[in-house]
Ligand binder design. Structure first.
Ligand code: SF4
Ligand code: SF4
Length: 501
């Protein structure tokens, strides 16, 4: 490893360690004003009574603070439940807001920027320096030791990264109160963009965008010989920064509904939920535009653009999940399961999720238009949508979809779980001008293409038969073509009838 690479790695690791350390920086104190600011008026008196033992006590860590607060609320809820006083039960989860607002210390003392630069700033700088050292290597990813490195071949570093990512997603979705210091770290950025305090979702959006940018630079360096890869990487970076991050935050500042304008139903599975439809209808003409835009994207743009360009227009050029997979996930693309068993499982699972998403949406719309919460007396739309949100939206898309990058490859979610990928894939398979053509006579069977296909497609088998690759799962990332030493594979467009399948 060169000195400059060591420097990049050291800066990154120091910044990362300090970022973890910031979780320990605050102390916590519950006061009346914090309760008033964080709790609905109808719950203030009872919570003030029940948490009186915490008043003015300074906690040196959030674990004991959260445990005391949650214990007090749970004890109260158990009492009123035992009395069957259901209207008195506190269903609201106040613990995140209370913990964040009760935090004292350096992250509140004007030193937040110092810690921001020492942690995330340093890690970003280190990541960029490390990525830029790739300029000293030949472009391309073949023969770069990806298969033998403990970070990228399910070795101890890769497993540790996977454990960290899985832990992060579990905390973010289910225990965000333990991450309040990280949320405080990005509070000033949130206030500058949307004029409000940062939420856990702002933290997530910020980190997501930052990672795509840093790892996007790595992609640009590593694939500097391929114009297709350069354009596609710039495209995912652009859509993430503008459409997914900046525009929705600025819309909030303007008191408009929060909407990622490139997130398409059924990937955006809450698009037809009552609160989101109402929010848009109440927002006037811009809200109506967003509603119509989302419907047109799902029902017109998806089939039309996929007919002309293949599903790559979305999965590899626009989508945020695809953007993360193609940047952060690039070092893990060879880990995708290439077996026939995986392909069979993929077809069943991804199309089942699509059916689940469509069924849930129809149920939600039925409830919206009729006011009936259930259909056939037992299919309750609220239970179905919360089941979808928990199993698909949180566990599958987040915890498994990204947490398992270093263990199962970078497109686990896109391949096995994304309902939009399934929808795009059906159009691509049966009605699209897109195909990857193969010049079988030139193939030397090196297997690079199959090895680096993130969707687990056995590209070499097609190349050897001289057959066009027309697979519903192919996201058109073009890496198979970029790593082929013989120029066998070409991403092409042409009349549907001329595909050699
Ligand atoms: S077949 Fe090629 S273009 Fe398609 S997903 Fe695999 S590597 Fe990407
Ligand atoms: S198509 Fe290219 S990368 Fe794939 S096996 Fe043949 S020569 Fe190797």
């Amino acid at each position: 490893m060169t000195r400059i690479k060591w420097l990049g790695l050291s800066l990154f690791l120091t910044g990362f360690a300090l970022w973890i350390f910031t979780l320990t920086l605050s102390q916590f104190q519950l006061t009346d004003s914090i309760l008033d600011a964080s709790v609905k008026p109808e719950h203030r008196d009872i919570l003030r009574q029940r948490t009186a033992f915490m008043a003015n006590k300074v906690y040196t860590n959030n674990w004991s603070f959260i445990s005391d607060f949650r214990g007090a609320v749970n004890a109260y809820n158990e009492e009123v439940r035992a009395q069957k006083a259901w209207d008195k039960v506190i269903y609201d989860d106040y613990v995140f807001d209370i913990t964040k607002n009760a935090s004292l210390g350096v992250l509140h003392d004007g030193k937040v920027w110092l810690w921001f630069w020492l942690s995330l700033g340093l890690a970003t700088l280190g990541g960029l320096v490390y990525a830029l050292t790739g300029l000293k290597r030949l472009p391309g990813i073949d023969n770069n030791r990806q298969y033998r490195h403990p970070a990228t071949d399910r070795g101890w570093i890769g497993i540790s990264v996977g454990v960290f990512l899985i832990g992060f997603y579990i905390a973010l979705y289910f225990y965000p109160e333990y991450l309040t210091n990280w949320v405080l770290l990005v509070d000033p950025i949130s206030r500058a963009l949307n004029a409000g305090a940062a939420s856990r979702w702002f933290l997530y959006g910020f980190l997501y965008t930052l990672v795509i940018l840093v790892m996007g630079v790595r992609m640009l360096v590593n694939y500097r010989h391929s114009r297709y890869q350069q354009l596609r990487t710039v495209s995912v970076m652009f859509f993430q920064v503008s459409f997914a991050f900046l525009i929705p935050e600025i819309m909030q500042r303007l008191n408009q509904p929060y909407q990622d304008l490139k997130n398409i139903w059924p990937l955006d599975y809450t698009f037809f939920f009552d609160y989101r439809i109402n929010e848009k209808l109440q927002a006037g003409s811009l809200g109506i535009f967003m509603l119509v835009w989302g419907i047109v994207l799902a029902l017109v743009a998806v089939p039309v653009l996929t007919y002309f360009l293949g599903k790559r227009w979305y999965c590899s050029w626009v989508c945020g999940c695809g953007g993360l997979a193609e940047t952060l996930g690039d070092p893990y693309r060879h880990l995708s399961d290439k077996s026939l068993k995986a392909w069979k499982a993929e077809r069943v699972i991804v199309h089942s999720v699509l059916v689940f998403a469509v069924g849930m949406t129809l149920l939600v719309l039925y409830t919206y238009f009729t006011g009936q919460p259930a259909i056939l007396g037992f299919l309750d739309s609220y239970s179905v949508r919360s089941a979808y949100g928990f199993y698909i939206g949180s566990l599958f898309a987040g915890v498994v979809g990204t947490g398992f990058y270093p263990l199962m490859g970078n497109r686990v979610w896109c391949r096995f779980g994304c309902p939009l990928a399934a929808y795009l894939g059906l159009v691509q398979r049966f009605k699209s001008r897109f195909r990857i053509t193969t010049n079988g006579g030139q193939c030397i069977s090196c297997g690079n293409c199959s090895a680096y296909c993130e969707m687990g497609i056995d590209v070499r088998a097609y190349a050897q038969r001289g057959q066009d690759i027309v697979r519903s799962s192919c996201v058109g990332c073009g890496i198979c073509s970029a790593v082929c030493p013989r120029g066998v594979l070409n991403l092409e467009l042409g009349p549907v009838s001329t595909r050699k399948i």
